[in-house]
Write a protein of this length. Structure first.
Lengths: 384, 566
């Protein structure tokens, strides 16, 4: 792998002030892969907790396979981890092939997964610069960015049971692991191109969110919008530090928890579109509290990178274009999410409940799963 | 000891909010006692802190670094100077009264504990906002305030208009929040710090320019860009035109929330401008824009207030107008006066809101078919009305201006104190006399004399107290004067403003007089048509709400088409 300083088993970069030069340099004190692996384990555990149906054994198998492959990708050395990554993508392709997506979407998603597998191989067996480009393409697929987002959208939208939340964590964790290998490349190679792509992606995903009538696609595109902001931030905050991991994982946990919450509703009342089941906070108070906490978290998500990333903003008078683009990205993501997240809450938690439905609040297992995810998101977003 | 007491001020409402949020169901009606006790203690502590800060200077309490940034500036903590201490006393006092008022107001409501919890958390957020030691912490609490305000406005979440209006409020606030963040990015990028004093120092020493067009065709100072971006944040929170649309629609929330909002939250914009006054003083262009926005808000807010037929909405538009004054005062460099104004207005408006319920309640107990006045001959305004009106709107402000300058040594004729005072006097007095004219109330010389005397007293007291408060808030020699100098308008503009205002007042009086006497000097058909059109425009809130709604719906429909197609 030549000059690639960080591998999958590498440690996170943390900016420290050099006494001699006064510039920021990096040290590597924390195992990034351990944190990411923990995220997958936690999500898988919560997904298992959330299964109530007697027919859930195939889903349990899926959960175990996906989390196992994800952990293998993160915890094994090169080049074995690449085979695990191919396994994750291959299994995703298998599930997509069996799903009931629209034919065009399915074909395009499968083609993108095939391209991603090719990129994995290229990144493993080619020279430095080509490997970097391949890694970047892979990053765009795993930490989804338009137009590489289709596998992510199709998988999360069509997943059974609590698998949708797990897919979010797995994709984002593996994407963050890929991203840790690209900091220099991002800051010196092509920041403005990535910035423009992130802006386009943020706009596309936010518009898609506004137009959704189903909850799961809405949350999927919301994740893409947040991921676009993460990409935009990486191009401006050139020093790649722990804030990327903390922000990325906070997105993953919050979105997984939201998907998990709506999965709990779906288990009780079947699949439903936005607006068909309002007033749940009144009749399911535990669910109401969880929803309000999670949507509050989601709306305030952009604060996380600001808090943790701002000290890494270069003050030198360069990268003005990227900073302006970043401001636009933040504007787009914040304004649109201020629309669709509260709207989501209005359509489900707020309003008057329907009297014709027998309501049952969250069980202890579901509450435990959600509490764990909220705690993990709080730790990464606020304290870590 | 003072440090400990200072920490208690925001800590007590926070603890109360958390306790009530977690154990509220078990505490039930006792929730109010916990909330009231915490806030009463916080109020006493804030008084202590105000005294300590007045005597011993600012207090700075820094918590362990949240993140070890290059300069170590990024810390959570408390910075309490006279400005923060005054704001803390205002917030805790109003919040305590509101906590006490809510004991009976919300009795029996299933969300009793939740309400007290949210009220406690909101008070904590506002207190932390005003005591922030740097721009970033201020921004964090600015954000939290937007969200908590949304949650408390949507308190009756089963009631559709309540959460829809809360949503509207959130959307407008978020526009301001994003521009505020962009301002912070710019400030940190160019000056490398967000600590207040360091930022002011570096901004005054280093001048950067941004070219908006290639070839340096349109250069603009970085400080101007930063201050403008931050000002948009202040505009959203303080309901300045055209970001005012959220304020009049928030009346579906419980009355105590309206009171706290109009007495505390809405002042955030004025506080922000005051906190960053040294930065704003570096950009006269921004101050002029601030002045124009404030003046527009005053005129539109006061005009729209006149056509309302709902008590709470009238109060809402009145607040909008008063916030316009406050921002206008900042735009003229009278930063301390703006704080004095917001305190006076906050206390006044909180009491009005808290008594609005009683007024409405009494009105509902009137006979079912009140005596109609439609067929009675309209009583024409008496001579006393005209004389009182002329004295109050034209002569009194000028007399006070002269006397205050010479006797009380309030330098109103210097800089632009006169503009603030005359504008304020004219618009307020015109509103008062207009309302009285409509009610035909000033028919007695006794009433007229009492009214004129009261207004003279208020005018002089306001000027004297404002001057004393300015020296209290900015005790450094020449600090307050420097703000006036920075905001100085072109003398021609200054004179034109005075002349136009005087001319408009005269015109209005001639029109009203000739109209009352049945003369047709100005009362032609076209003027009546204009009058009706203006009325329709004002009752439709200048169509700004409609415009935003249409844009929003168009975007939403377009997004749905886009979502389905791609």
């Amino acid at each position: 792998m030549g000059e690639r300083t960080l591998s999958m088993g590498s440690k996170i970069w943390e900016p420290v002030l050099s006494a001699a030069s006064g510039e920021i340099e990096t040290i590597m004190p924390i195992e990034v892969t351990t944190i990411l692996a923990f995220a997958i384990i936690l999500s898988a555990f919560c997904a298992i907790l959330g299964q109530r149906s007697k027919l859930s054994s195939p889903i349990l198998v899926q959960i175990l396979i996906v989390s196992g492959l994800g952990l293998g990708t993160l915890l094994t050395p090169l080049p074995i981890n690449r085979y695990f990554l191919v396994g994750v993508l291959g299994f995703a392709a298998y599930l997509l092939f069996q799903s009931h997506c629209r034919a065009t979407t399915k074909t395009m998603s499968l083609a993108q997964i095939a391209l991603a597998i090719l990129l994995v191989l290229v990144s493993s067996f080619s020279d430095h610069s080509l490997a970097m480009f391949a890694g970047l393409g892979l990053g765009f697929t795993l930490l989804p960015l338009f137009p590489f987002h289709l596998p992510f959208v199709s998988l999360v939208s069509s997943a059974h049971g609590a698998m949708s939340g797990l897919w979010v964590t797995v994709f984002l964790s593996l994407g963050l692991a890929e991203l840790t290998e690209l900091p220099t490349f991002l800051s010196e190679g092509m920041p403005s191109a990535v910035s423009w792509l992130a802006l386009g992606s943020a706009l596309y995903a936010s518009l898609k969110c506004l137009g959704q009538t189903q909850i799961r696609p809405l949350l999927t595109y919301a994740t893409i919008a947040q991921a676009s902001m993460l990409w935009g931030l990486t191009t401006v905050f050139s020093i790649f530090s722990e804030w990327v991991i903390s922000f990325g994982l906070t997105i993953a946990f919050v979105m997984t928890a939201l998907l998990f919450t709506y999965h709990c509703i779906q288990q009780r009342f079947g699949s439903h579109a936005l607006g068909t089941l309002p007033g749940l906070a009144l009749v399911m108070p535990r669910l109401g509290v969880c929803l309000i906490i999670l949507i509050s978290f989601a709306v305030l998500l952009p604060l996380v990178p600001v808090l943790s990333g701002l000290p890494a903003l270069p003050t030198a008078n360069n990268q003005d274009v990227c900073l302006v683009i970043l401001c636009f990205i933040i504007f787009v993501v914040w304004i649109f999410e201020s629309w669709y997240f509260p709207h989501l809450m209005h359509q489900t938690a707020f309003g008057k409940a329907r009297p014709d439905i027998p309501y049952s609040d969250l069980t202890a297992g579901e509450i435990s799963g959600l509490t764990l995810l909220i705690a993990a998101a709080s730790y990464h977003g606020l304290f870590y | 000891m003072t440090m400990f007491v200072a920490i208690l001020v925001p800590l007590l409402p926070l603890v109360s909010g958390i306790i009530l949020g977690v154990f509220g169901k078990h505490l039930r009606e006792t929730s109010s006692k916990v909330g009231v006790l915490a806030l009463a203690l916080a109020f006493i502590c804030s008084l202590w802190v105000l005294y300590a800060v007045s005597v011993g200077g600012p207090i700075r309490i820094m918590l362990p670094p949240f993140h070890s940034g290059p300069d170590g500036w990024f810390q959570f903590g408390l910075f309490i100077d006279r400005l923060s201490a005054v704001m803390m006393v205002l917030i805790t006092s109003v919040s305590t009264v509101i906590h006490v008022y809510s004991i009976r107001y919300l009795q029996g409501d299933p969300g009793y504990a939740r309400f007290y919890s949210l009220l406690g958390l909101m008070t904590f957020v506002i207190l932390s906002l005003v005591s922030s030691p740097n721009l970033l912490m201020l921004f964090v609490f600015w954000q939290l305030l937007s969200w908590i305000l949304y949650l408390i406005l949507a308190f009756n979440y089963a009631h559709v208009p309540a959460y829809q209006n809360a949503f509207k409020t959130l959307m407008v606030h978020r526009i301001g929040d994003v521009t505020f963040l962009c301002g912070i990015f710019m400030a940190y990028k160019y000056f490398g710090t967000l600590g207040f004093n360091e930022l002011f120092e570096r901004a005054s020493q280093q001048s950067y320019v941004i070219s908006l067009l290639p070839g340096n065709l349109l250069d603009i100072s970085v400080v101007t860009v930063i201050t403008l971006l931050i000002f948009i944040g202040a505009m959203a929170k303080s309901a300045q035109f055209p970001l005012h649309v959220w304020l009049p629609d928030t009346m579906d929330s419980p009355t105590p929330v309206s009171a706290l909002m109009h007495a505390g939250i809405i002042n955030a914009g004025g506080f922000l401008l005051n906190r960053l006054a040294p930065l704003y003083a570096l950009s006269p262009n921004t101050l002029h824009i601030v002045f124009v926005i404030g003046a527009l808000t005053v005129v539109f807010g006061a005009s729209m207030m006149l056509v309302q037929n709902d008590i709470k909405k009238t109060l809402g538009y009145s607040t909008m107008g008063q916030m316009g004054y406050m921002i206008m005062e900042c735009g003229l460099g009278a930063f301390a006066l703006a704080i004095f104004h917001l305190i006076a207005h906050g206390l006044f408006k909180a009491s009005l809101f808290l008594s609005a319920g009683n007024v409405i309640h009494t009105a509902r107990h009137e006979p079912k078919f009140p005596e109609s006045s439609g067929h009675k001959p309209t009583k024409l305004p008496a001579q006393a009305t005209w004389v009182t009106g002329m004295i109050v709107t034209l002569i009194m402000p000028l007399i006070i201006l002269m006397v205050a300058h010479d006797l009380l040594e309030v330098p109103l004729k210097d800089a632009h104190g006169a503009v603030i005072f005359l504008f304020f006097s004219w618009v307020t007095a015109s509103q008062a006399i207009f309302s009285l004219y409509r009610l035909h109330a000033v028919a007695s010389w006794k009433v007229a004399s009492a009214m004129i005397a009261a207004l003279f007293l208020i005018g002089f007291t306001y000027l004297w107290a404002g001057e004393v408060f300015t020296h209290f808030l900015y005790p450094g020699p020449g600090v307050a004067d420097a703000f006036f100098v920075a905001a100085a308008l072109n003398p021609i503009v200054f004179d034109a403003l005075i002349l136009i205002s005087t001319f408009l007042i005269f015109l209005a009086w001639i029109y009203a007089y000739t109209d009352a006497k049945g003369q047709k000097l100005l009362n032609t058909e076209w003027s009546q048509a204009i009058q009706q059109k203006v009325y329709v425009i004002l009752i439709n809130r200048l169509y700004v709400d409609l415009l935003y709604m249409r844009w929003g719906n168009a975007l939403f429909q377009w997004a749905q088409k886009f979502g389905n197609r791609y």
